[in-house]
Write a protein that binds this ligand. Structure first.
Ligand code: SAH
Length: 213
C-alpha cells in the first residue's frame, strides 16, 4: 500500500504516544511498554491498521504491535486509534527485515501477514514476507509454539509460500484456497482492508497457518 505522501506524517509519528520510537531499545522488554505480561501478537505490513485495531478491541488480554514501513500509511492507523483509546496496541514504522533487532528470542507469540507485497520478480523472492529467509527471522523472535497466519488473494505468492514451509522446516497447520467458503477457517475471521477490496472484486482469499517444526 503506498498512499501519496502525506505532509507532516513523519512529524506526527514522531510525536504520537502509540508510535514507538527507537524500538530496538525495547528488545527483550516489550512487556514493560505495555505494563503487563500478556502475549504479544504482531501484524507485519499492517497498512491502515483496521484488522489490528479490531483485534485489539476484541481481545484486551493480548498486546498488539503493528509494523509498517511507510509513514503515510501508518498515520492513518494512528488517527483511527485516537478515538478508540486502546491500551493494548502500539505501532512501529520500520522495514520488517530488521525485526530481529527489535524483538528478542521467544518474545512474540503470534504473527499475522495480510496481503503482503507479492514481489513478482524471481530476483526479489527474498523480499517476500513468507520467504524462507523471513521464516527464519520469525522463528528467532517467536515462542516455540508460535504461529504465523498468512492471507492473500495472490495465487503465485500463495503457491510460493506453501513451498517455503517445508524448505524452512516449518509445518503447515491449515490451508485453504477459498477462506470465505471454508466454514472452519472462516469462523471468527477478521477482514482486513485489502481483503474487503479483493472480495468485492470476486477474488478468492487464500490462507495458511504455519508453525516451526
Ligand atoms: N495488511 C493490510 C495492508 C496490506 S498492503 C491489509 O491487509 O489491508 C501491504 C502493506 O505492507 C503495505 O502497507 C506495505 O507498505 C507494507 N509492507 C510491505 N513490505 C513491508 C516490509 N518489508 N516491512 C514493513 N512493511 C511492509
Amino acid at each position: 500500500m503506498r498512499l501519496r505522501n502525506v505532509p507532516g506524517s513523519r512529524e506526527m509519528i514522531a510525536e504520537h504516544p502509540l508510535a514507538v520510537k527507537n524500538p530496538e531499545e525495547h528488545k527483550g522488554c516489550w512487556s514493560e511498554v505495555f505494563g503487563n505480561e500478556n502475549p504479544i501478537f504482531l501484524e507485519i505490513g499492517m497498512g491502515k491498521g483496521q484488522f489490528l485495531t479490531t483485534l485489539a478491541l476484541e481481545n484486551p488480554n493480548i498486546n498488539y504491535i503493528g509494523i509498517e514501513k511507510y509513514s503515510s500509511v501508518l498515520v492513518r492507523a494512528l488517527e483511527k486509534c485516537e478515538e478508540l483509546e486502546l491500551p493494548n496496541i502500539r505501532f512501529i514504522r520500520m522495514e520488517a527485515e530488521y525485526i530481529e533487532n527489535v524483538f528478542d528470542n521467544d518474545e512474540v507469540d503470534h504473527i499475522y501477514l495480510n496481503f503482503s507485497d507479492p514481489w513478482p520478480k524471481d530476483r526479489h523472492a527474498k523480499r517476500r514476507l513468507t520467504s524462507e529467509r523471513f521464516l527464519h527471522r520469525y522463528e528467532n523472535i517467536m515462542k516455540r509454539d508460535g504461529v504465523v497466519e498468512f492471507k492473500t488473494d495472490n495465487d503465485d505468492l500463495f503457491a510460493f509460500s506453501l513451498e517455503q514451509v517445508p524448505i524452512a522446516e516449518w509445518t503447515l497447520i491449515a490451508q485453504t484456497f477459498d477462506l470465505h467458503n471454508d466454514d472452519k477457517l472462516a469462523e471468527g475471521n477478521v477482514m482486513t482492508e485489502y481483503e474487503k477490496k479483493f472480495l468485492k472484486l470476486g477474488h478468492p482469499i487464500h490462507k495458511m497457518i504455519i508453525k516451526k517444526d
